[in-house]
Design a binder for this molecule. Structure first.
Ligand code: FA5
Length: 346
């Protein structure tokens, strides 16, 4: 019986060497180790053998089974590595750049309108004494929710459909308010800063909603800050961007991290792509804001009895839409050069 086992193993080794696909390897494995496989058949026939034979063959066959499994695994890995290497060799990137390609690239390229408006707003705030901060796209629960007064069971988590990672502890940030928390953690009051960047929500897209869009967060913390300060900065910002006084309205808004909270809407003439600006006008939700909640200050290590402040979160893509009379937000991320070229500046 031992001879039978040895010749089965030799046969298996010579066959597996020549195989080239993972499917063939798995088929070979099941022809040996499967329920009706050759090794299983030999083991079944052991039941009529003597105790001595059983004692001899049992451990050898178990060892052989283990070796076969190892060989299968290593062959599967080899085939995968080979396939990846072949793909890499085929997808080679040509890094050489000739003058004419560079020239063409420069003609087509330019800053995206969202980047342009982001830089413009950064400059406006820098001129008013604000710092510019950054934060990671992949965040933890604390910076995106907990520290912003949105505990695990709070229904406000449903306001922002979230892309969670498998560990359910990390996520793609749903808003730039995470930068508020990072700013409080790294600065001592008084301070004021803005924090622009990409945010991600599991949204159904339409003319005013994208899954990946841009916000710009703002926060000012100091002594005796009032809603008056907040409105002043917001109106100054809009006047600088639109080069005229904009019609705005402030209505109560709910966000767990501000109290009181507001929605600042802007008068928007919905553009008709054929006629230009259309008569149909409405209000576009643009700029939620409010006075920072005492619990949020505490989470950021700031004593709410000594300091207070305001915060806002501006939707940059929507601001671009209003500024350039764009009727559908999806144009902004379509990658269509005919669209992008209209905003070309360097
Ligand atoms: C927030 O994200 C809050 N973090 C803002 C905030 C900051 C409030 C500080 C108070 C204090 P909201 O979900 O409303 O709020 O989004 C803010 C802005 O982002 C909206 O006013 C809108 O201009 C823009 N926005 C929201 N969802 C989308 C979307 N799917 N596509 C494009 N823009 C969006």
């Amino acid at each position: 019986m031992l001879d039978k086992l040895n010749s089965l193993f030799d046969d298996f080794k010579s066959k597996i060497e020549s195989l080239e696909t993972q499917a063939d390897v798995l088929n070979l494995k099941s022809s040996v180790l499967g329920k009706k496989g050759s090794l299983s058949e030999i083991l079944k026939s052991l039941k009529d053998a003597s105790v001595e034979v059983k004692k001899q063959v049992g451990p050898v066959s178990n060892q052989m089974k283990g070796q076969i499994e190892k060989l299968v695994q290593s062959k599967l890995n080899d085939i995968e590595v080979k396939a990846v290497n072949a793909k890499l060799a085929k997808d080679k990137i040509d890094y050489t750049l000739t003058d004419d390609i560079l020239e063409k690239g420069l003609q087509a390229a330019g800053l995206h309108p969202v980047t342009q408006i982001q830089r413009e707003i950064e400059d406006i705030f820098i001129s008013m004494g604000f710092d510019v901060l950054d934060g990671p796209h992949i965040e933890d629960d604390w910076h995106n929710f907990e520290a912003l007064n949105i505990p695990e069971t709070h229904p406000a988590r449903d306001m922002q459909d979230t892309f969670w990672f498998k560990d359910m502890k990390h996520l793609l940030r749903t808003h730039t308010s995470t930068i508020q928390v990072r700013g409080m953690e790294s600065k001592k009051p008084p301070f004021k800063f803005v924090g622009p960047g990409k945010v991600f929500r599991c949204e159904r897209t339409d003319a005013t909603h994208e899954m990946c869009f841009h916000q710009l967060e703002g926060m000012m913390v100091g002594k005796d800050i009032t809603v008056g300060n907040l409105i002043y900065f917001m109106k100054t910002l809009l006047k600088e961007i639109f080069k005229k006084d904009m019609e705005v309205r402030l209505r109560p808004g709910y966000f767990p991290f501000v109290e009181p909270g507001f929605e600042l809407d802007i008068r928007w003439k919905k553009p008709d792509p054929k006629k230009g600006e259309s008569e149909h006008s409405g209000w576009l939700e643009l700029l939620p804001c409010g006075m920072v909640h005492p619990e949020v200050l505490k989470a950021g290590g700031i004593d709410p009895n000594e300091y207070n402040g305001f915060a806002f979160g501006l939707g940059l893509d929507r601001l671009v839409m209003v500024k350039y009379a764009i009727e559908d937000i999806r144009h902004l991320h379509s990658g269509d050069l005919r669209f992008n070229e209209q905003f070309k500046t360097f």
